[in-house]
Design a protein around this ligand. Structure first.
Ligand code: ATP
Ligand code: MG
Length: 400
């Protein structure tokens, strides 16, 4: 006897009226991409839940994969047995033993099939008694059990489910449009990318690279971060932008205190152009209000002036410590703290303006023609497509 399928419950998409079918189809597609190494699985969708027939595959491994897919609220492992009391007893016992960390349990029976001769209350007692007399370590707790064994006696068969397993929630990636994530090597922007993916957005990344001031290792770090995000987004295009010449021009031509502000404005201009070229409708950053000079309200106002694109800032009101918690959970933290400089750290002025003024910016920026520089950058973007299956180069791990 073993679990033979997994039942998947949708999250918020259960509410999505007319679009619901599209959300469900996307979830099914995303799940299938996750399941390439399980050739026997069969995914069946219905309006209210999805069933994965295991056909002999290990349910724990399949669950692990499901826990990397957005759009799943919760899951149950389940088994189908005949409408026969002994078979149901045997199934319930198996289900309880599989809940390895549980100490208390409760049995909840539903009996839509009224031809079945035993009522649901009585079945709870029959099964509870059977479980207690065949195990040592469990007791019953009706109010707050560690595991609930749910038994549904239907027309065709009885379904036994145990333990609700949490999913990631969110919406299936690919259902709410796309975004260009400004991905640095820091802690914040990968978390911002993760949260955009969680909201169902397909993510591509842009990284501003300034060789020789920033090293190949800094670039590799960004690719490794992108690779980590593919766990949730399947595939990620990373556009690497050669930023050195433009940065040098900014720091030659613009008074030092305003260099950072102008540089940020350039990043947005280039990002918007690239997004347009790629058919992407929004930008996403890891900005968080008040964190650094470029993220004061005044800076955000002045920097944002150069684009009409929606900018998604998933972290804008979050505390750093909470952001770090997420980065640890999703596996980007250890990569982000590798000590390689990124372009902003290298060129950062000693005293960047925390309250830049628009008139000043225009006074400094308007007389200089940056168009050819931006065009040149766009012609020389290097694009790498990273997928979950691409081998991850752990090039520098041994040196750390
Ligand atoms: P992060 O940890 O994401 O680097 P941060 O707190 O260090 O963020 P900043 O360095 O001011 O903040 O950057 C703010 C945002 O600008 C980043 O979250 C990221 O979205 C974007 N950004 C910064 N540097 C780069 C870069 N080299 N390439 C692409 N985007 C960048
Ligand atoms: Mg940074």
């Amino acid at each position: 006897m073993e679990f033979d399928h997994i039942i998947i419950r949708y999250g918020e998409m259960a509410l999505k009226g007319k679009n619901k079918k599209q959300f469900i189809l996307q979830l099914k597609k995303n799940l299938k991409q996750k399941f390439t190494s399980f050739s026997n699985l069969h995914v069946i969708r219905s309006r209210d839940q999805m069933y994965i027939k295991l056909n002999g595959e290990d349910h724990e491994k399949v669950i692990e994969k499901c826990q990397e897919v957005f759009g799943i609220q919760s899951m149950n492992v389940a088994m189908k047995v005949e409408n026969d009391v002994d078979k149901i007893k045997e199934g319930a016992l198996y289900a309880l033993r599989e809940a390895k960390n549980a100490k208390t349990f409760k049995v909840t029976t539903k009996r839509p099939n009224k031809q079945f001769p035993i009522g649901s209350q009585e079945m709870n007692q029959v099964l509870g008694g059977h479980l207690l007399s065949n195990t040592d370590q469990y007791t019953v707790n009706v109010r707050n059990p560690d595991v609930e064994i749910r038994v549904e006696i239907r027309q065709d068969a009885t379904y036994i489910m145990s333990g609700k397993i949490q999913g990631l929630g969110g919406l299936p990636v690919g259902t709410t449009g796309n975004t260009l994530l400004l991905l640095s090597g820091g802690i914040d922007s990968p978390v911002a990318g993760y949260l955009a993916l969680k909201r169902g957005v397909k993510v591509e990344a842009i990284h501003f690279h300034s060789p020789p001031f920033t090293s190949e290792r800094a670039k590799q770090k960004v690719l490794d971060l992108a690779h980590t995000l593919t766990k949730y987004g399947h595939q990620l295009k990373v556009h690497i932008v050669p930023f050195t010449e433009l940065q040098q021009k900014i720091f030659r031509e613009i008074p030092e205190g305003y260099g950072m502000t102008v540089m940020r404005r350039m990043m947005l201009r280039v990002s918007e152009r690239l997004a347009e070229r790629e058919g992407i409708l929004s930008l996403t950053t890891g900005e968080s209000l008040g964190q650094v000079a470029s993220q004061t309200m005044e800076s955000m106002n002045v920097i944002n002036e150069v684009t009409n694109y929606p900018i998604i800032r998933p972290l804008v009101t979050m505390d750093k410590l909470d952001i770090i918690d997420i980065s640890r959970e999703i596996g980007t933290y250890e990569i982000s703290i590798r000590p390689y400089e990124d372009c902003c750290t290298v060129f950062v002025p000693k005293q960047p303006k925390t309250k830049p003024r628009k008139e000043k910016i225009h006074q400094f920026e308007d007389p200089i023609d940056f168009t050819p520089d931006i065009e040149k950058i766009l012609e020389n973007v290097e694009t790498v497509t990273i997928s979950e299956k691409s081998p991850r180069k752990e090039l520098f791990e041994d040196l750390l």
